[in-house]
Each structure stands twice: as C-alpha cells, then as structure tokens.
Design a protein around this ligand. Structure first.
Ligand code: FES
Length: 78
C-alpha cells in the first residue's frame, strides 16, 4: 500500500465543473481525506460539460462525471 504522499486527487474547480457539482466533491475531500490522500484543485481540464472532472495520480486516471461515491471509494481504498 502506498502512503499519503504518493496519492493525489485533483478536482477541477472550473466554472463548468462547479456548475456540475464539483464544490460538493471538494468540500467532501477537504473534510474527509486529510489522512489518506493529498488533494488539490485545477482550473479546467478541457473536458467542460462532462464534469465534475477529477484526476487521480499516480495512475493518471481522468474521471469524467465524477460522483461522491467514486471519491468515497477512492479515499477508502488508501
Ligand atoms: S471546467 Fe472542468 S473541465 Fe473545464
């Protein structure tokens, strides 16, 4: 199992993704992921309209239409 420093989740906080609910994901991560993964935001992945868009590293997995359930699963996994 990798430690916290090896895991990063990047949530788009661009206008389109915020309209699609990114703020809920960001709030949840801030409140729940402190000891599991690193977290940051990025302004737009160029996938507007398919939000919220989230990038998971180091896998470099880009998730469109990301849900709270996906975030919860990711946090629990590590
Ligand atoms: S605003 Fe999120 S991908 Fe563009």
């Amino acid at each position: 199992m990798m430690n916290k420093k090896n895991r990063l989740i990047v949530i788009c906080n661009g206008k389109s993704c915020r309209r699609d609910g990114a703020n809920h994901l960001i709030k949840y991560i801030k409140e729940n992921a402190n000891n599991t993964v690193e977290f940051t935001t990025k302004y737009c992945f160029g996938r507007c309209g398919n939000g919220p868009v989230t990038l998971i590293l180091p896998e470099e997995k880009l998730i469109e239409n990301c849900t709270l359930a996906i975030i919860q699963k990711f946090i629990k996994k590590y």
